[in-house]
Design a protein around this ligand. Structure first.
Ligand SMILES: CC(C)(COP(=O)(O)OP(=O)(O)OC[C@H]1O[C@@H](n2cnc3c(N)ncnc32)[C@H](O)[C@@H]1OP(=O)(O)O)[C@@H](O)C(=O)NCCC(=O)NCCS
Length: 359
């Protein structure tokens, strides 16, 4: 099939995503059900405001392949030098019966030229204007994968991207999961992990409105440049999901750590909180799968058990609220969350990025 026999265009978010969903299932058959995404969930990821989807079509086949892209502000909403965009090529799938005909390359080029322009045009939004931006393979928020999954099924894809100029890092990141069954056994499991922090007089819980300024100050001081991270906290609070945040307080009541500990019941009909709206997998993992994310402790407090205590307390809080499991995504730490019973979920990821310069 030559380029003249198919066209690449922007997908209309008001149209049905059924073709894209069935391409997804066709492309990853040996990996489902692990990587199955409910149709409504996939649709919500495709129509997110920061998404742009490209579709390849021929006169006889409306969806030969698709590329899903996202853009996100590089730093926090209040970080002058972080206002330019970061791009993400989140997903690129070509129908297995139409591969090796240039369709993937055409989708890749369309997605990359859109993202490059979006990032380049945004560099002057930052103060001072950014000299360089970046595009990652995968995406930050919303996210399906933070890179190319590891394993023989994905190795040809990894090499395909490498040939097209993507520089892969040496280290892999992982997603983690654990089941949650409330009760004595879970309490006994978490108790020793809380001990060091409670010996230091710390306590854990959702922030009150009077804690918001301190919570935001902590995020600003420590995590301002972490793409997507600091903005998650006001996004949850402003949308009425304060209980989806769990803080560590020192003996004087100061906020010294914070994490997202979000819960959403699939099929409940309630609007998703910002964390569940952003991540693909919790709803595949369970009917009430919690999310722990953006786990951070003030530099001056690190090493005193606040971090692990806060995660253990967040697990207990999710259990109390009815979670049946918990997902922690895109982790580089070695062995930290495993102390709280989390185990790697599915494949590790190879991360890759490319830079976008002024022009
Ligand atoms: C990671 C972080 C939350 C840990 O908090 P902390 O309060 O310093 O950690 P704790 O004192 O509770 O450590 C408890 C245990 O975890 C271990 N640990 C701490 N940091 C770790 C790390 N980065 N990697 C692996 N293990 C770690 C400690 O060695 C300790 O082990 P021990 O009980 O066997 O002695 C904190 O360092 C932080 O805010 N880092 C920056 C943000 C970040 O990277 N977050 C994770 C995003 S996925």
């Amino acid at each position: 099939m030559s380029a003249a026999e198919y066209t690449v265009s922007t997908w209309d978010p008001s149209s049905s995503s059924e073709d894209i969903r069935s391409l997804w299932s066709k492309a990853l058959p040996s990996l489902e059900p692990a990587y199955a995404i409910p149709a409504e969930k996939l649709h919500s990821l495709l129509v997110a405001p920061s998404a742009r989807v490209f579709v390849a079509a021929s006169p006889s086949t409306p969806t030969l392949g698709f590329a899903l892209t996202y853009t996100i502000r590089s730093g926090s909403a209040t970080m002058p030098s972080g206002q330019h965009l970061k791009g993400g090529l989140s997903m690129l799938i070509v129908d297995p019966s139409h591969r090796n005909r240039g369709i993937g390359s055409a989708l890749h080029d369309a997605a990359l030229s859109y993202l490059t322009k979006a990032v380049r045009d945004s560099l002057t939004r930052s103060d001072p204007p950014a000299k360089e931006g970046s595009i990652i393979l995968g995406s930050v928020f919303p996210r399906i994968f933070p890179g190319v999954p590891d394993g023989p099924e994905f190795e040809p894809a990894r090499q395909w991207f490498e040939k097209r100029g993507w520089a892969f890092g040496k280290d892999k990141s992982i997603d983690l999961y654990r089941t949650i069954v409330p009760g004595d056994q879970l309490n006994r499991e978490m108790e020793p992990l809380l001990q060091r922090a409670t010996d230091h007089g710390m306590r854990f819980g959702a922030p009150l409105a009077s804690d918001d300024a301190a919570l935001y100050a902590l995020q600003k001081k420590e995590f301002d440049g972490f793409t997507g991270w600091p903005d998650m906290f006001p996004a949850l609070i402003d949308s009425g999901h304060r209980d989806d945040i769990h803080c560590a307080f020192d003996p004087q009541g100061n906020v010294v750590g914070a994490t997202i500990a979000a819960l959403y019941r699939s099929g409940s009909g309630e609007p998703r909180n910002a964390a569940h709206a952003a991540l693909a997998w919790p709803e595949t993992l369970g009917k009430a799968c919690g999310i722990i994310a953006c786990v951070g402790v003030a530099s001056s407090t690190r090493g005193s058990g606040a971090g692990i205590g806060m995660v253990a307390s967040a697990v207990l809080d999710l259990a109390r609220r009815g979670a049946d499991g918990c997902f922690i995504d895109w982790v580089h730490l070695d062995g930290f969350y495993q102390k709280c019973g989390f185990v790697p979920w599915e494949r590790p990821y190879w991360e890759a990025q490319r830079s976008v310069t002024v022009g």
